[in-house]
Design a protein around this ligand. Structure first.
Ligand code: AKG
Length: 283
């Protein structure tokens, strides 16, 4: 049974480069900075220890447990925060398979969840962007909800946000927020980044947050930035531009109740007319 209490959420819009050790050390500094500023739950971006690109994944991939994951556990413990550890290219032990994987820690540094990106980012917008994660990655097959002392959190990675079922299932399983380590780009960022977060929030009357790396115009994949937190009524309550930054917001679970009382779509669902997509999902 979840408990609910207010907390401060921080999204670390991290500057990421080619040096893995530097990326991890820099993430530690920023997680500690967020904790000093009062954050209880800290989020790192997608692919925070490696440049984002299919040809980089095999080189940067690590097993879980592994070096980056040990560092994440240690940072959570040192900072005394829940840490949603962005994502890393994961090499499955004993196989050649690679995944885009987020690991989640409690303030004691214990891993409390692991999400392998379920929907691989395979798109082709002629003249704009072609990206095929499936060239080197495999997709995860499970949904991830983690219990914290503040309530239950749903986790997705980047492209997962385009699939409303994931968020709807999280909401119906009692999550108060859906959190996405992510890295949109200069084509789909301006098109859909904020729209998708606000849509997922208002559809489900829950908090939605997405944490991007900072923009590096010299990188092979240029991230949009604009890490953002949206409230259960679909309003943007915290955001930033494209440079390195930390975005903070106070998350209050009672805001879900007031949003759901005022416009009660959460309880007005007609599951006698259409299916409840959460019904078959076991936790
Ligand atoms: O959905 C998008 O437009 C971007 C997705 C993406 O960059 C990713 O999944 O890493």
């Amino acid at each position: 049974m979840s408990t609910f209490k207010p907390f401060k959420l921080a999204l670390v819009q991290l500057a990421v480069g080619a040096d893995k050790q530097k990326n991890v050390a820099h993430a530690r500094e920023k997680v500690l900075e967020a904790s000093k500023a009062g954050a209880n739950v800290v989020v790192l971006p997608e692919c925070f220890n490696s440049p984002y690109g299919t040809h980089h994944f095999p080189e940067y991939a690590e097993t879980i447990p592994g070096t980056t994951v040990s560092a994440l556990a240690d940072m959570a413990k040192q900072a005394k925060v829940y840490l949603i550890g962005g994502s890393i290219p994961e090499r499955e032990s004993g196989s050649d398979k690679l995944y885009n994987t987020c690991t989640i820690y409690n303030p004691k540094g214990e891993m409390i969840g692991k999400h392998r990106k379920v929907h691989l980012f395979d798109i082709d917008v002629p003249g704009k962007i072609r990206f095929q994660e499936s060239e080197t990655l495999s997709a995860g097959n499970t949904l991830t909800h983690v219990e914290t002392e503040y309530g239950k959190l749903g986790i997705g990675i980047c492209y997962d946000i385009r699939f409303p079922e994931i968020t709807m299932i999280a909401a119906r399983k009692g999550c108060i927020a859906m959190i996405y380590p992510a890295a949109f780009n200069m084509t789909t960022g301006p098109m859909h980044w904020e729209l998708l977060q606000r849509a997922r929030a208002v559809d489900n009357q829950m908090y939605v947050a997405a944490c991007s790396p900072a923009r590096d115009t010299s990188a092979g994949y240029v991230a949009w930035g604009h890490s953002t937190i949206v409230d259960p009524s679909g309003g943007v309550i915290a955001t930033t531009e494209d440079a390195e930054d930390i975005v903070y917001a106070d998350i209050d679970p009672s805001v879900l109740d007031s949003a759901r009382k005022g416009i009660p779509t959460y309880t007005q669902r007609r599951f006698d007319v259409y299916r409840d997509v959460s019904a078959d999902i076991k936790e």
